[in-house]
Design a protein around this ligand. Structure first.
Ligand code: DMJ
Length: 688
């Protein structure tokens, strides 16, 4: 330390004196005098020597010694749980044969062998796992994500900026390389606002971010903005066939329903739901991935000039979040076009009134123009899957704009639901936004109103960098435990595995919605990220059943709902009731096929998908697009229903296209996470 041009050395009490402060002071003075009497060059030499000694000492210590904590000596068996879990991101590379990818591929039998309840390839492993309860418990994560690479940004390939996007020329770094920006005055002010004040600010000024215009805010966060990703387009006949199906759908929509939510392809008319051009917004990223530049540009221009969010009309928070907010954000991340981010920000602001409930569980309905929200007209409750399937999108909006409020309010829902009592980790399908509690005796289901609660537990954990011991992943593991013990059954003769429901929260019903066929893909994604082998086995068995629900019908298309035999007195192991025989062009099973192909490389899943794609071509394709069907049980009487839902373009066709890709990592699942509507969003590095 410099003190009037001199170096002040301080001795500890007792080292220079025995008489307390006075002696200490005297010692210090005489030392200073002696030091001052030394010639300057000698003093410099001494200082240099001391510095050299210190540097040598530091260099001799290894990195581990330098960062050692008191936990280092703890017995791994008795150390706290979080210390026993290794950080997945620092897991050493495994020898080739132990790579989970190889394990998964080898462990999953070809679909021909599928109907064995315990195939040989897995039986030892299966027995080793013993009881599901133990194997799946939160205390017993079998493997950690060995294949999860160090979290880096998605490989951004620089492409020329779109002409229509001037702000694109900024050449900012990838969004995932979040750089520390100096905190400016605007940010300083924001830091001092409470959550409620931030919420009010965003709601009162939906055309602003952090109190300033979008343009100004985006200018300030330039280094955080996304770069365009590059896709090469179809590379084989199957992919080309899917692109042709997309173009056919798009042409019909453009001709008969442009600017409206959905196409009615039989009556060749439009169908309105929220008045937000759903099909256009939902299709953006599919077109970008397929390399349909002209279609992407016309959609982009419609969004820029004609998409309005200020109409006084109630919309459903969940549907608009997964389709519109998710669609805009995904289009932004893939194309790098900040127009999409500005639109997403306005929509995010206008959806925020949903969170002004007494419990922080959002209301299901929001009036985007009025900026008000309420419970559905038909019930005081929100659907559980709906309030828990908005977090990927709201978090991404926060991370993309560097405005925290969206993530804050959405994450609070995670916390509230986490605290609620569950049935073996399973949740009732209704929750009250005023009281924040589940409806008593509500059904438990992995189909309608329950499904994506489970999906988003895992996917949010993946999105946020796969943090050890996170409540999201602990809740997910507990829930899948509950699925295995409370909901999973096999049919008596053919041993088809299915997931039933608990009516009133207790009475088992052997009914499975087609919606539940998303689960095998999610389970495999989880297994790839360290979940127990029991998840893999369930994924594979359920995959077989879902495929059977397609090929058992003469159309090779699945019904909306299937029932399963409880005893061998039931005539068929799987059957469809007349009122449930419709098909809405839903994506869930194709989505699972995509995950199975993307994560294992096994091309048999492509062949299964091709059978289904051809079935859609045969039975759902009409002059003006593709239509939902009323009956999959009779090829001569499919009873065309006249609706092409936007998820046909956002999900079903996108997953077909990616399933048929020669490059199974065309979208790298370590870098991207698909929202519930099939829109890829970036995975963020673990926050430290
Ligand atoms: C889509 O909107 C989403 O996949 C949602 O999560 C469930 N329903 C449809 C598709 O079936």
């Amino acid at each position: 330390m410099k003190d009037g041009g001199h170096i002040t050395l301080t001795l500890s009490p007792g080292s220079g004196s025995t008489s307390g402060l006075v002696g200490d002071e005297r010692g210090r003075k005489s030392l200073r005098r002696a030091w001052n009497q030394l010639p300057r060059c000698q003093r410099n030499l001494i200082i240099l020597g001391i510095t050299a000694l210190c540097v040598t000492a530091v260099l001799c210590l290894s990195g581990d010694q330098l960062t050692a904590t008191s936990h280092q000596d703890e017995d791994p068996k008795t150390a706290p749980y979080h210390l026993r879990l290794q950080n997945p991101h620092h897991h050493p590379p495994m020898p080739e044969k132990d790579q989970p990818e190889a394990l998964t591929e080898a462990a999953l039998p070809a679909p021909e062998d599928k109907r064995q309840p315990h195939p040989e390839a897995l039986s030892d492993k299966f027995n080793d796992i013993v009881a599901y309860g133990d194997a799946n418990s939160a205390e017993n994560v079998v493997r950690l994500p060995e294949t999860v690479a160090a979290q880096g940004p998605p490989q951004a390939v620089a492409v020329p900026p779109p002409e229509n996007n001037k702000e694109q020329d900024i050449g900012g770094i990838d969004i995932l390389n979040n750089v520390e920006e100096p905190i400016d005055q605007q940010q300083q002010q924001q830091l001092h606002l409470s959550e409620r004040e931030l919420l009010d600010q965003a709601i009162q000024s939906p055309l602003k971010l952090g109190g300033v215009s979008f343009k100004e805010h985006l200018r300030r966060i330039q280094p955080l903005l996304a770069k365009a990703q590059h896709f090469h387009g179809a590379t084989n006949e199957r992919q080309s066939a899917v692109v042709a199906a997309f173009k056919h759908s798009w042409a019909g929509y453009k001709k008969y329903a442009w600017g409206h939510d959905n196409l009615k392809p039989i009556s060749q008319y439009s169908h309105e739901w929220f008045g937000l051009g759903l099909t256009i917004v939902d299709s953006l990223d599919t077109m970008y991935i397929m390399g349909l530049d002209d279609e992407f540009k016309e959609a982009r221009d419609w969004i820029d000039h004609s998409l309005r969010f200020d109409t006084k009309r109630d919309v459903n928070l969940f549907e608009v979040t997964i389709r519109v907010l998710g669609g805009l954000l995904s289009a932004y991340h893939l194309s790098g076009d900040t127009m999409f981010l500005a639109k997403a920000s306005e929509l995010g602001n206008r959806l925020l009134p949903a969170f002004l409930s007494p419990s922080s569980i959002p209301y299901s309905d929001v009036n985007l123009g009025d900026l008000s929200a309420h419970a559905p007209k038909w019930s005081p409750d929100s659907s559980t899957s709906e309030v828990t399937t908005i977090q990927l999108e709201f978090r991404d909006l926060s991370r993309s704009t560097n405005i925290s409020i969206y993530e804050q309010v959405a994450h609070k829902v995670n916390e509230k639901v986490h605290e609620l009592e569950k049935n073996h980790g399973l949740v009732p399908i209704f929750i009250n936004a005023n009281t924040g509690t589940f409806r008593n005796y509500a059904t438990i289901s992995l189909g309608a109103r329950g499904d994506s609660y489970y999906e988003y537990l895992l996917k949010q954990w993946v999105q946020t960098g796969r943090r050890d011991n996170d409540n999201l992943i602990l809740d997910y593991m507990q829930a899948i435990d509950g699925v295995l013990t409370e909901l999973m059954r096999r049919t008596p003769r053919e041993h088809w595995v299915y997931i039933g429901e608990l009516i009133n929260g207790k009475d088992f019903k052997p009914k499975m919605d087609h919606l539940t066929c998303y689960l095998p893909g999610t389970l495999l994604l989880g297994h790839q990220n360290g979940m127990p082998d029991s998840h893999l086995i369930l994924a594979r068995d359920l995959m077989d059943t879902c495929y059977q629900t397609y090929i058992m019908n003469p159309t090779h298309l699945a019904a909306e709902i299937s029932y399963f035999a409880l005893t061998d007195k039931d005539e068929q192991d799987i059957y469809v009731k007349p009122n449930d025989a419709h098909n809405l062009l839903r994506p869930e099973f194709v989505e699972s096929l995509y995950y199975f192909y993307a994560l294992t490389g096994n091309r048999t899943y492509q062949d299964m998908g091709w059978t289904i794609f051809q079935a859609f071509e045969t039975h759902a394709k009409v002059n003006a697009g593709y239509t939902s069907l009323g009956n999959v049980k009779n090829t001569q009487s499919t009873r065309l229903r006249d609706l092409m839902e936007s998820f046909w373009l956002s999900e079903t066709l996108k997953y077909f296209y990616l399933l048929f890709s020669d490059d199974r990592k065309e979208i790298d699942l370590e870098q991207w996470v698909f929202n519930s509507e099939g829109h890829p969003l970036p995975v963020y590095p673990l926050k430290t």
